[in-house]
Design a protein around this ligand. Structure first.
Ligand code: NAP
Length: 253
């Protein structure tokens, strides 16, 4: 019988982070809560029982420190994020880009490298499930979110994921990561106190769609997102695929 998957979630102490941890717990996963705050995360299930999880402190910029830990991870959920609303200072710009885009991109690359090493070590017959990365980009990837720096940083992350997925997910010689993109509409949290959905509802929908095998997971009341997001990802796949080449292709004569 396969062992339960090991799931690590960033932004674990936030609203969606906690809701995702509870959902994964219901499915029997081993949990790692990656949190920037020093506090101990205490979660309880519906019956009021404490949820067993490993609390790991990590902050943006400390991605290399997670390399060892990632060795045991099957599903990495990159969920941390920040909204600087109407700010546009250099500091706010740097913070938005670092937290919302660049740290997730660095963790994606690092996890892909770890998975490649693991595959080389354990071989194709490994009992482990295919490794997955879930990236929470938000519908701000393609829609206004009344917060320009939030939109810019989430769009950057979305585009980087589309570009790098050509090698990391689709190249047979690559790590063959399964990359799932979470495109979420407004839900209530400290990042968005006026969101119309609840984080528990959103987390339940995310896991239900993942179970259906979807890689593009959309949870929003906005019907336009269901139309525009698949078109945007398809367009990028074709555009990036035509105009760029992977590292393996560059090495060929
Ligand atoms: N709320 C919405 O309407 C909405 C809509 C679409 C997408 N999203 C996305 O959903 C994700 C979760 O957001 P949420 O709404 O649940 O907000 P939240 O409750 O504020 O959670 C975000 C978490 O990100 C982590 N974080 C923030 N700055 C960080 C830093 N410098 N380094 C590392 N971690 C940092 C913090 O968790 P730790 O202290 O545990 O690290 C924080 O609690 C975000 O990526 C957000 O952009 C939200």
């Amino acid at each position: 019988m396969p062992s339960p998957p090991c799931v690590a979630i960033t932004g674990a102490s936030g609203s969606l982070g906690q809701a995702l941890l509870r959902q994964w717990h219901r499915r029997g996963a081993r949990l790692i809560a990656l949190s920037c705050g020093p506090r101990q995360l205490e979660l309880r299930d519906a019956a009021g029982q404490p949820i067993a999880l490993r609390d790991v402190t990590w902050c943006v910029g400390q991605e290399p420190d997670l390399r060892e830990l990632l060795q045991e991870v099957d599903v990495l959920v990159l969920n941390h994020g920040v909204n600087v609303y109407g700010e546009r200072s250099a500091a706010a710009t740097e913070r938005s880009l670092e937290v919302n885009a660049l740290s997730s991109w660095r963790l994606l690359e690092q996890f892909a490298a770890v998975v490649s090493e693991r595959r080389a070590r354990e071989g194709e017959q490994s009992a482990r499930p295919r490794a997955e990365v879930w990236l929470n980009t938000s519908e701000a990837e393609i829609q206004p979110a009344l917060s320009p720096l939030y939109e810019i940083s989430k769009r950057l992350l979305g585009q980087l994921v589309s570009l790098r997925a050509l090698d990391l997910a689709h190249d047979p010689a690559g790590p063959r990561l399964r990359i799932r993109r979470l495109v979420l509409g407004p839900f209530r949290s400290s990042l968005n106190p006026v969101g119309v959905m609840g984080a528990d509802f959103v987390a339940g929908q995310i896991l239900a769609q993942a179970r259906l095998g979807l890689n593009l997971i959309i949870v929003t009341p906005n019907p336009l997102t269901y139309l525009l997001m698949p078109l945007a990802t398809l367009g990028r796949w074709a555009y990036f695929g035509l105009l760029t080449r992977g590292a393996g292709a560059a090495a060929k004569p």
